[in-house]
Design a protein around this ligand. Sequence first.
Ligand code: SF4
Ligand code: SF4
Length: 227
Amino acid sequence: MDLNAKLNILERMVDIYDHLVGEFDLACEKYCSHCCTANLTMTTLEGYRIHAHLEETGNMRHLETISRQPHPDRFTPRVSINRMADICARDGDPPEEHLNPDVGPCPVLAGHACPLYAVRPFGCRCMVSARNCGKTGFADMDPFILTVNDVFLQHLEHIDAQGYTGNFADIMQFMACDENRQNYAAGRLGAAPDGLVANQPVFVLMIPPEHRKRIQPILMQIRSIQV
Ligand code: SF4
Ligand code: SF4
């Protein structure tokens, strides 16, 4: 599948997700940014889309901000979500992940606003809560939304199966290099560099038994995306 087709699928999936989540009663609102942390992760496809958007809108200074301020204790995943699902389905031991919940804000957050809002990664989009996290100290997420999030994250990785997953800052630094972007666009990426992990197709979806029936129409919507 060529890159434009993947980007179109990404757009369609975002539309489907926003429509779905819009049906829930959420406390999320403009300038609420407790969930905007340096632990954000995303795929190379999302990083490519953000890079293209920054170029188109003449906002490349945000890339410099990201490169200048990668948090030393930011979350860097050791496996992708599809690899994790695979390991769990085979009763294996997933690697221990280190995540510092007090890592601090996302490097591009400015005055509680996101300069990338229109093209923010799915990891930001899927952080939602029924109660304001600033008041409770944690996100209050409907268990079905958690399942929906996993399904979308797994499919997003699937369409970018030749790419990588990593911390937002690491993926953006990778995409800042012209050669990396060209190789990515041509489907010529090799083994994942340090700090990033290889994506893979979906082999098993992480859907708990109680959500298997309810998720079916959503799966059909995702699978019916035509490009
Ligand atoms: S997830 Fe929490 S912190 Fe983020 S916008 Fe929603 S209520 Fe605010
Ligand atoms: S990219 Fe934007 S929405 Fe996502 S964590 Fe950073 S500031 Fe928040």
